[in-house]
Design a protein around this ligand. Structure first.
Ligand code: ACO
Length: 467
């Protein structure tokens, strides 16, 4: 145990013991090994209860509050592992040897250098854009940099584009001189492409997954810096993935505590069953689109306030409440208005979310040295207590992963609009692992909906219609 970060390991071990004690009496999960398709299952709205396939990647047990990656308990991974090891585990299905880990780390480091993608990204007004929208666009630009899926013939000619420097402008287009500027794409201009040959030709392969895991961290950090009028930072050659991510975000080499906290946060968010963003990524992959498009869809789904976007909303709510003394009244009003309180509840967990069990005490530890954020933490702790006492325990609604993560990130000097992109930095490991797994035995997703509309309506011409 490292001396400087031993408090963090102790927090994780304490959370582990508490989780095991509290959920001891809950029923053991059914172990399924041999599955015979088709499967019968009971469906609720929002595909509740639907089984979409088989997986070895990860497992969530809602009543026990278990989260497992490739057979390993999340508490053990947080206590003893690193995000690099966990990403390798998710992608490859086994823990790396030290040599494999070394190679993996140097690949990630190599792919964190995204100079061309960042130059393209800076051709857009990233500073005025929703950070998740910018991140999604960044993954498209990464795809453009590395893949040959789009044919050369379809590429616009760059010879007479606005700028001859392909790196300095995001659009290879030119105005046609119309009254209102129209941008014209010129197809078919021979093979003048200046694309550098790269070994990343398979945009759905393992190498593309490495590229995305590394690149999403660089793009997120760059978006944060551009939004605050600073230039993106080159990755640091000597830091871990978590340390480097913080370095690229803030421009400062993090302390061991900051690095370890970010590492734990990344491990905690890396995979989580068949959640909305993972499913979105898999649906796109199942059409044999590529993994860059899949990750883009995952980012889009994660953005919503019912999913990853809740972490930003939680901090806004805590500031709105303003004071721990106002919590009771605020909760009473929220209940009477049937409001969903951000950071609480989960489709699967009917026990305390294991990720919140770690993030809560981590937030408590960090605010001890952060007097600005400490009052916000106190509001959060009071809100948790009040929600559990007034309806949470009875309805089995507990804090979820998003409840304390924003406070943790605030203590690491991360601005609120980057909280959800950080979720994506980590979850890209889960998305890509599950997509790779699914593609081994792919079948296009095509569920049905129950039509409850009418039939045999008579078409009437537009001028006979009344509102
Ligand atoms: N606050 C108050 N009541 C809640 C909450 C909440 N956050 N979440 C669920 N409930 C109540 C519902 O009102 C409902 O009560 P009822 O049975 O009396 O009508 C019951 O719990 C079941 O809720 P559903 O909405 O059916 O649960 P569902 O599984 O569809 O939704 C969800 C899960 C979206 C996470 C929901 O709990 C929610 O909106 N939470 C707030 C947003 C949030 O924190 N999202 C992040 C989730 S974690 C993640 O995605 C990374």
């Amino acid at each position: 145990m490292h001396e400087e970060t031993k408090d963090i390991t102790e927090i994780i071990l304490k959370a582990t013991a508490l989780a095991r004690e509290e959920t001891n009496a809950e029923p053991e999960p059914e172990i399924t090994k041999d599955v015979k398709w088709p499967i019968e299952c009971t469906l609720g709205p929002g595909l509740e209860g639907a089984i979409v396939g088989e997986t070895n990647v990860g497992y969530v047990n809602g009543s026990k509050g278990w989260l497992v990656y490739r057979g390993y308990d999340i508490f053990d991974l947080c206590a003893y592992s690193t995000f690099e090891e966990v990403s390798y585990l998710l992608l490859h299905g086994r823990m790396p040897t030290s040599q494999q880990l070394q190679v993996f780390k140097s690949k990630l480091h190599h792919y964190q250098h995204l100079n061309k993608t960042l130059r393209l990204l800076m051709g857009f007004q990233v500073e005025d854009m929703n950070a998740m929208a910018a991140l999604r666009m960044g993954t498209n630009l990464m795809r453009q940099e590395f893949t040959y899926h789009d044919t050369e013939a379809g590429r616009p000619c760059t010879d007479d584009a606005i700028s001859s420097d392909e790196d300095s402008i995001a659009m290879e287009t030119k105005p046609t001189g119309e009254e209102h500027a129209v941008y014209e794409m010129k197809p078919q201009c021979g093979s003048t492409s200046s694309v550098i040959k790269h070994d990343l030709q398979d945009a759905s392969g393992l190498e593309a997954c490495y590229h995305l895991i590394a690149g999403v961290s660089t793009i997120t950090a760059a978006i944060s810096r551009i939004r605050s009028k600073r230039m993106p930072k080159e990755p640091h050659p000597d830091l871990s993935f978590a340390g480097n991510f913080l370095y690229m975000l803030t421009g400062n080499v993090p302390t061991p505590v900051e690095e370890r906290v970010m590492d734990v946060a990344l491990i905690l968010h890396a995979d989580h069953g068949m959640n909305a963003s993972t499913f979105a990524a898999m649906v796109v992959a199942s059409t044999l689109s590529d993994i860059y498009f899949s990750v883009g869809s995952g980012i889009a789904a994660l953005n919503g306030p019912l999913h990853g976007g809740a972490n930003e909303q939680v901090v806004r709510t805590l500031y709105d409440i303003g004071n721990e003394k106002k919590v009771k009244k605020w909760v009473k009003k929220a209940v009477s208005e049937k409001k969903k309180i951000s950071g609480f509840g989960h489709r699967v967990y009917k026990a305390y979310d294991p990720r919140a069990r770690i993030l809560g005490p981590l937030a408590e530890l960090l605010v001890r040295d952060n007097k600005d954020i400490e009052p916000v933490y106190r509001v959060a702790a009071a809100l948790e207590k009040e929600v559990l006492a007034s309806f949470g325990k009875e309805k089995k609604i507990f804090p979820n992963v998003d409840f304390y993560s924003g406070i943790v990130y605030s203590c690491l000097n991360v601005p609120p609009e980057i909280f959800t992109p950080i979720f994506a930095v980590s979850r890209v490991a889960g998305w890509t692992s599950r997509v790779l797994e699914y593609l081994q035995n792919n079948r296009i997703f095509r569920p049905r909906a129950i039509y409850t509309g009418e039939f045999n309506k008579k078409y009437s011409p537009i001028d006979e219609r009344v509102d």
